[in-house]
Ligand binder design. Sequence first.
Ligand code: RIB
Length: 297
Amino acid sequence: MSVLVIGSLIVDNTLYVEKIPKEGETIIAKSSLTSLGGKGANQAIAARLAGAQVNFIGCVGDDSEGNLYKNHLENYGISSSAIITSDLDPTGSAFISVDDKGENSIVVNSGANHALRPEHLDKHINLFKESKIMLLQLEVPMETITHACLLARSNDLSILINPSPWNSAFNADRFPCDVLILNEIEATQISGTSNMSESLESFREFGLDMIIITQGSDPTLFMIQSGEIMESIPPSVKTKDTVGAGDVFTGALASSLLEEKPVSESIHFANIAGSISVTKAGAQGATPTKKEIESFL
Ligand code: RIB
């Protein structure tokens, strides 16, 4: 059994700066990094490195970056046979600033990611049948995400959604899911309150198996189906670059849940994976292996 990830493939252009520039300001970067990212692919590689078998459905452009990305996935042991190539759009790109505290701001040019259509999923229904868990984010069209949920429901997959980047068209009723993974900003955007306990309370009506709110170096909060709210404290590390930390958390969590580890153990495992990832530059290049996570444990 595998984790099925449906989502984005993006080339990240990162500039390391002292401070994120203000509106109208021009600044000089200290260094730069071009690397492969996209929330979908970041989660897929995190799940794979954490030990899971991973299937991936996504879309790239008919360009050198698209080919590079397909080879890259194969090198990680993720088949590129369900990566669609769009003739009309370039491979997605992102422009990222990371400041001295490791905090980031990201602008994504979706490109081919927006050409991933519901019918592409139908052609790969076999991947739904051989997977146990599905991971989704919001960097591909909403109708494709809705369709993925319907296919996953009818094939008994557990659905984990990280609704990022936030889109007001998202609501947990329209996109049936079992586990919702949010950071503080997304939790505030959905619930309308920046108090995370109140935010969790407001999710009770969704009737999900679990809601998780990550808070960077502060405790990760999670509410299970019984309504009980618990927390898991991430290890304290020196932060260099937070890009993709949430994706690493989500991929590692899926891998641990696939192994049927208890929820609190899985969240602790994911917290460690996310924490290790912020100590290094980039998203996928900073993703730890299962061995690294376990030795940290
Ligand atoms: O979550 C980090 C990712 O967001 C980056 O890799 C970038 O591609 C954007 O999708």
